[in-house]
Design a protein around this ligand. Sequence first.
Ligand code: HAM
Length: 439
Amino acid sequence: MANILKAPRGTMDVLPDKIDKWTYIEYTARETANLFGFKEIRFPTFESIDLFRRGVGETTDVVQKEMFTFTHGNSNFALRPEGTASTVRLVLSNGLYNDPMPLKLFYITSCFRGERPQAGRLREFHQFGVELFGTAEPSADAEIILLAKTMFNNLGIKGLRLEINSIGCPNCRKDYQNALREYFTSKQDGLCDTCKSRLGRNPMRILDCKSPECQKIAEAAPKVTDYICDDCRTHFEAVQNQLKNLNVDFIVNTSIVRGLDYYTRTVFEFIDEKRGLTLCGGGRYDGLVSQLGGPELPALGFAMGLERLIMTMDEQGCSYETEQNKTVYFATIGDAASKKAAELALKLRTEGISAEYDLVGRSMKAQMKYANRKGFAFTVAIGDNELNSNTAELKNMQTGETIPVTLDDKIIEAIDNAIVKETMKELEETIEKDKIFNS
Ligand code: HAM
């Protein structure tokens, strides 16, 4: 019997001591996307299996090997393996293609792929994804890449290599597919069974097969860049020029084809040079909207994996700039003090100051130890003496300094002042540190 106390293989719990990392990244993603004029969307966790078969592609690893599928009644569903197909479905179902173009959307969402779990590869993972509809202009490709780069800058992630390529349009793709078919047919004995079945239908997918034997054969396969048409070549050159204008460093890697079928023209990846891990992947998908039954609507986007961002940020010692929001803890003795603490905590919370008090019935000493471990900025101890005099000491837990406060509405102002004083002190310390660092 499966061990019910173990999270399923390839999934992760996020514990309270790590949640600040997630909220910080999600906050930064929202801020960055908003800066570029993107609006957030949400879509269902599962969709019709056919959406992904047609959207992501029948011969991709994601659809052939990795989707979590289930049947309910007469309908077949899949947990979303990625967000692009769902976004296009959302745009079509809700008629958003009638909105003024370009349409700029983003999402922060969980995705599910039944891959073999390893470091940075999970079965449930999370993506920050961005999709831009309604323009075929090369400047849009550069804008999307710039957005991804800005996100990395805002998170303080360094040492990434941007690799770009053009995989052409359906017109030039035909010649390329033929060249690939010819090449792989001559080597077919060495291919895995899945790739043998791909030979007839979509030989390009053999290029991103994860089997080492297929990868070895793929190394010497014809390169897509030798087959792209003049229009696609001009488009790709314009994208590169615009990236140079924007001071975005990149290299052209003619081996990038991406593992999903919908891509056309520009594709790109941001790779962590140290680990060789892809943090972000994206590109154009000019044919997908019409392929799923919508109008001709060029589009492009990217997605980055949040778990991989956290891994990289941890490794690089990036700061999560988390707000210290555990402010006041009331340590109490006796029922009357506990009641008073509940009243005062409510007043403070109403003013936006976080406040907690003992709910476990611990001793004063144990409560103070708890407040210390949990990182409260201030404590107020209340017992009979304090109740009788209606005054107590507000203790700064870092410095040990105390100031007298009254146990009524006036405590709000006193705590507010103490917070401002503490913030000013931190600010001065940061300025001082920067001065030393820059000198
Ligand atoms: P993707 O390359 O399949 O593209 O995934 C994008 C990112 O999601 C990867 O670069 C990686 O950071 C993260 N990722 C993917 N699979 C896993 C996994 N098993 N475990 C952890 N992280 C993972 C897409 O999904 C496209 N929809 C991107 C896109 C948007 N293209 C255009 N618009």
